[in-house]
Ligand binder design. Structure first.
Ligand code: GLU
Ligand code: ZN
Length: 290
């Protein structure tokens, strides 16, 4: 482990209450932290200011504490503006970004989409010399390289980020930092050497590796992508859907141990739900990691 990057992190977005999918994710974060010798940081990912709510931020901390999780460091993306501006300048000096004024409609009409339904931005605005500012997104000149990384759970992945997503946005047209940019800047600056997150984000990894390198990071973090638990309708749990929240379950009187036991059963770590402490739950997940 590189001593400059001693952290892993749990990084929920405060756009809704935490649900059971987040609990499984937190268990993987803590299990991997123990297994591989990392410290845990909580990062509130409120880069999308149009959807983040103060009540959800407070609830994230309260619900995690109620479940019995503790963390050694904490940060919140809305206080990182200076950091993101500074990193953007690094990229600008290297001539690795450009302004883009494509409308949402035009972007969808003129670019292909990938397997995740995202735009593969082909670089329409790259040579237009547009100035940065209002109503302009900032895009990264994604290098056309094949990136290989070793997922600690899924094995070897190879992907060319230019082919997969093209020149992705670092800032959107209304001036908000994107998930991709904020997360890479934060993981670098906050000493994150191990990223543990859901499998739904595995196609973000190759672009995050090339972006981290462009920001000056010498070695990318390690990655571990965990399986997601499905809701009763077979879809992955999402805050935006109908999944019951931890907040809601608490109000109905469930204990943290009962909830943890149900999450561990649902994820297949135990055959049948039984009450489990947070520590016992973490050990169960840890025994599943190689
Ligand atoms: N904030 C993201 C989410 O809630 C997680 C980002 C990450 O772990 O890279 O899904
Ligand atoms: Zn454009």
């Amino acid at each position: 482990m590189n001593p400059d990057f001693p952290f892993t992190r749990f990084a929920p977005s405060p756009t809704g209450y935490l649900h059971r999918g987040h609990v499984l994710s937190a268990l993987y974060v803590y299990a991997a932290a123990e297994k591989f010798g990392y410290r845990v940081r909580l990062r509130i990912e409120d880069h999308d200011q149009s959807r983040a709510r103060k009540a959800y931020i407070d609830a994230i901390r309260e619900d995690l504490e109620w479940l019995g999780f503790t963390w050694e460091a904490e940060s919140i993306q809305s206080s990182h503006t200076e950091r993101y501006e500074r990193f953007l300048e690094v990229l600008q000096k290297k001539d690795l970004i450009y302004a883009c004024n494509c409308s949402r409609k035009f972007t969808f009409e003129t670019n292909p989409t990938n397997a995740d339904g995202e735009i593969i931005y082909q670089g329409h605005c790259q040579n237009l010399g547009l100035s940065y500012g209002k109503d302009h997104a900032v895009r990264f000149k994604t290098p056309n390289v094949s990136v290989t990384w070793e997922d600690l759970r899924l094995g070897t992945f190879t992907e060319n980020p230019k082919e997969f997503c093209g020149d992705f946005a670092l800032k959107d047209r209304i001036g908000q930092w994107t998930y991709q940019f904020a997360v890479v800047a934060d993981d670098f600056e906050e000493g994150v050497g191990l990223v543990v997150r859901g499998e739904d984000l595995k196609h973000s990894t190759s672009r995050q590796i090339v972006l981290a390198e462009a920001l000056g990071r010498k070695e990318p973090p390690l990655f571990l992508h965990h399986p997601l638990i499905a809701d009763p309708f077979g879809k992955k749990l999402s805050k935006r859907e109908h999944a019951a929240s931890i907040r809601g379950e608490r109000e109905l009187g469930i204990s943290p141990e009962a909830l943890l036991g149900e999450v561990c059963a649902k994820a297949g770590f135990i055959p049948k739900a039984e009450p489990l402490s947070v520590n016992d739950s973490i050990q169960l997940v840890k025994n599943r990691l190689f």
